[in-house]
Each structure stands twice: as C-alpha cells, then as structure tokens.
Design a protein around this ligand. Structure first.
Ligand code: C2E
Ligand code: MG
Ligand code: MG
Ligand code: MG
Length: 290
C-alpha cells in the first residue's frame, strides 16, 4: 500500500513460485513477518547412545509454519535469512526457545529429560558482535547450565577462521561446547579442525551408504580415528537403518542420530515420549553427569 502503488511492491508468495530470485525476495519479506507473527517453531530430534538406544541429548531444528505453504524447510529459508541478516534475530529466537524448552523438560521430567541440548548456529550469527552476549543471556534467562549446551557450527567458505576462533573461544569461556556440523562435506574440514576450538564432530550423513546398507564404514571409521586423535566426541548423523547403526557401533561409534531412532518432532510430542516411552523403548542416559 502507499504512494508507490504498483511500482515496487513486495511480491507475495504464490504456489508454483519457487527457486527464483523473486521467490527468494518474497520469502525474505515474509520471513521478517513470520518471526514477529510467531510462525516459527522448533522440532527436536534425540541424539542416542548406540550401545543401548538411550537418549543422551537432543538437537533443536527450526521450522516455519507458513500460512499458505505449510511447513517450510530450513534448507529453503535459512540461506535467505543469512543473506538478509535476519538469521541474527531468528537464530537468537531459536537459541532462547530451545533453552527454555530444555529447562522445562528438566522441570517436568527430571532424570528422564535429555542431559544435553544442541542448537545450530550459522556463520553469520557467529560473526555478529552481539552473539556471545546473546548466548549468555539465553542461558541466564532460562537457567540452563552452560556445559549442557552445544552450539553446532557448519563449516562454510564464508567463515573468517581467525574471527570465528576468537568468538568460539569466548563461547567456550562461558562453558558452552562447540560442534562442527556436517563434518567432512566442506572444503576445509581439516583446517577448521586444526584452527577452531571444537569439542564434538557430527559426521555428515553423506558418509553413510544410501539405501541403508551398513557394511561399508571405512570412511566413518577413518573420521572416527581422526576424532579420537584430536580428543573429540563424534556423533554419526542420518542413521536410517538398523544395519547402519550396528555397523557404526561395531567400528566404535558411541553416539548417533537419525530417522532409525526418531524423526524430529514438535516439543509436545517429544515430551510425551519422555513421559511414556513406547514398550521396549529405553529411557534417557546421561553422557554429561547430572
Ligand atoms: P543439520 O543441523 O545438519 O540437521 C540435520 C538435518 O538432517 C535436519 O534437517 C534433520 O531433520 C535431518 N535428518 C535427521 N535425521 C535424518 C536421517 O536419518 N535421514 C535424513 N535424510 N535426514 C535426517 P532439517 O531439520 O531440514 O535442517 C536442515 C538444516 O537447517 C540443519 O542441518 C541446519 O544446518 C539448519 N538449521 C536447522 N535449524 C536451525 C537453526 O535453528 N539455526 C540455524 N542457524 N540453522 C538451522
Ligand atoms: Mg545440526
Ligand atoms: Mg547445521
Ligand atoms: Mg548436520
């Protein structure tokens, strides 16, 4: 509306409009409103112990419940949020909300609540001057102890390594742990491992055989050896079959995540599982002492 009439009005999303420049500009405008309009929510996926299937931790994954499009994948809107800088506000909200929910599970379920929380952080957030304060405030507001929070950083060509290293050191100064997400997919995995202070690797799911066959684990085994040599914990991502889980366990993996164990679920569903595990489904385990 307004005096500019039809000249440069923001294009609204229309079904069928996707992947285009106009589509992403429209998405950016809508994203801004979505944050204010409470269309964002989080889903939670357990990180389990391969030895006994118990839940050790939980990763928060953002979702956008779009009024016309239904649930929009973060793979689609996170890049837009990064380009527009909206990721700073959006990621700040996700961090705070995940900590709030994690603390609420502790209140409600006590020893049955997951012991650790993983939250994704994009490089653009990490390079924001206010990020360390944002993390400190989220912990202080929600009462989550810093050592229970792991921030997952995705390697990216956009990362200024010296700058990122300084931010990560400050975050670790708070007591927070750092994970390298999608490990092995970027072009600089080994450089980053060498130069960034890191506690955990998340083996990218592309290392697992498509179709779920489990026998071929030479690459996961090599990355595990690397993780051990660097004294890092390692979590295998994208485990979809029992065969994959068994093969990873055999070669020494202790922690994994994937559809085989549980799909990401909204907080209420995740909470119901904590309260009433399915028959035969084990309860939680504590990797970090309570
Ligand atoms: P990610 O952090 O590597 O998260 C794992 C992705 O793999 C999630 O996709 C999850 O739903 C999916 N996944 C889990 N298990 C399996 C499996 O067994 N098979 C397959 N095929 N996929 C599996 P999702 O939720 O679509 O998220 C995509 C990416 O968006 C995330 O990758 C993360 O990089 C980013 N993201 C999600 N939430 C946030 C957030 O709050 N902040 C930021 N900055 N990025 C986020
Ligand atoms: Mg992640
Ligand atoms: Mg990620
Ligand atoms: Mg990943």
């Amino acid at each position: 509306a307004g005096k500019h009439g039809g000249g440069s009005r923001v294009q609204r999303y229309r079904p069928g409009m996707s992947g285009t420049v106009a589509g992403s500009a429209a998405l950016g405008a809508e994203l801004q409103q979505a944050i204010a309009g409470q269309q964002m929510f989080l889903e939670y996926q357990p990180i389990v112990s391969l030895a006994d299937g118990r839940t050790a931790g939980v990763e928060a994954l953002i979702r956008w419940s779009h009024p016309a499009r239904g649930t929009v994948s973060p793979a689609e809107f996170i890049p837009v949020a990064e380009r527009t800088g909206l990721i700073v506000a959006l990621g700040g909200w996700a961090l705070h909300e995940a900590c709030r929910q994690f603390a609420a599970w502790w209140q409600e379920h006590g020893a049955a609540a997951p012991a650790e929380l993983n939250v994704n952080v994009s490089p653009r957030q990490l390079s924001d001057a206010g990020f360390v304060d944002q993390v400190a405030a989220a912990l202080a507001d929600t009462g989550v102890p810093a050592h229970r929070l792991t921030l997952e950083i995705t390697e990216s060509a956009a990362v200024d390594v010296a700058e990122a290293a300084a931010q990560l050191r400050a975050l670790r100064g708070l007591g927070v742990r750092i994970a390298l997400d999608d490990f092995g997919t970027g072009q600089s995995s080994l450089t980053l491992l060498h130069e960034l202070p890191v506690d955990q690797l998340k083996l990218d799911r592309s290392f697992l055989r498509p179709g779920g066959a489990g026998a071929e684990v030479s690459m996961p085994a090599a990355v595990l050896a690397l993780a051990h040599a660097a004294h890092l914990e390692i979590v295998a991502e994208g485990v979809e079959t029992a065969e994959q889980a068994a093969a990873l366990a055999r070669c020494g993996y202790r922690w994994a995540q994937g559809f085989h164990f549980a799909r990401p679920a909204p907080a209420d569903e995740f909470g119901r599982r904590l309260a009433r595990p399915a028959p035969g489904e084990p309860a939680v385990t504590a990797r970090v002492p309570r």
